[in-house]
Design a protein around this ligand. Sequence first.
Ligand code: HEM
Length: 389
Amino acid sequence: MDLGDPDLYLDPGRFARWRRYAADDAVLWSDAGTSPGGFWSVFSLAGCRAVLAPKAAFTSEYGMMIGFDRDHPDKAGGGMLVVADGPRHTRLRSVIMPFLSRAMAESLEDTVRQEVRQLVADAVSAGGLDVAASLGPVIPASVVCRLLGVPATDRDMLIELTSHAFGGADSSFDRMPPDAAHSEMILYLADLVAERRRSPGDDLISALAGDPRFDLREVLLNCDNVLVGGNETTRHAIAGCFHALATAAGTLDRLRTDPDLVGPLVEEVIRWTSPAMHVLRVATEDVELPGQRVASGEAVVAWLPAANRDPRHFAAADEFRPGRPANHLGFGYGPHHCLGAALARLELRALLLALAEFVDSVSVVGEPVPLRSNLVHGYRHLQVRLEPV
Ligand code: HEM
């Protein structure tokens, strides 16, 4: 079986398969297909950690997703944070880190809470909405625009562009296909970089553009990394938060009674939704995985939703149960652990608190439509009904 086949992840049976592979500590080979050289897969929490750990003999510089081709490595390798290793990775991470830090999340908290409150209040007035298409993409795009320093007057336009660029192939985007929106976004960012070089501000674009160690290509690659990393995952965690609440009636009542539940709820939303479906690494030397020798140069894929359903760590793993130990791998593990985790948590916290304020109960209308993807574990459509308090 080629585990890179995106059709596999439209099937609700994926959860049982992930649980079984994780429980068995399976290490499986997928022949050449979605990745030209084939790849190994690991599923258990321990197996994924072993591949992603700081000292593990694996690199991200050939690329970090299925499609990896030894003969044609990712052109961004070494220049973009998520596909850079060693000193190049450390240098990029230290420049970007202050803009995605916990302190930055705290400084944005009031603004994000206000924005999300308004979005939720509007959604409740409308009775419900497709959270995958309308509310999910807007919250993270708005936060990322602030970090990049997109002028307030351009923000709606860039939010529109990013939600088209990362919206997937959906008929509602016929007006502007994703590739066209992405190109337009990069052109817009290139203009902004030129402007910030002339007149810097206190934003991420100015920090990257003003650093003589980075050329224009590297500045744009890393703006793109933050845009994609911030939008493409969080929007599905947000949509999935509604889905989770619909499966666990009474959760919003518990949150109203005990606002401290919000932290454990956020962690469980990340675990339960696991929007980053896989990360890939390439072995830099021969490596022993449980029952399997991986040769230097071979690729290994860590399936994060499988690790997050490993039955040895998460009992009744398909159930949404806040309060579990926070040892999930939703944000990855090791040197590339998600740099935007504090911001993602802030966005989900703001959403849950706004839902507790305005919504009595959430229900899903019709069948959720999953994304056809082996990379992003998310929703194409998720129509929900919201009962006001
Ligand atoms: C890295 C997941 C939100 C920016 C990662 C990685 C994962 C991940 C699994 C590791 C990639 C690897 O090991 O190759 C998620 C999830 C999110 C989320 C599930 C939301 C629920 C965000 C946000 C931002 C962001 C909001 C920025 C605004 C990044 C960046 C990296 C990263 C820059 C690269 C870090 C590095 O390579 O050192 N994310 N992410 N992410 N994420 Fe996130």
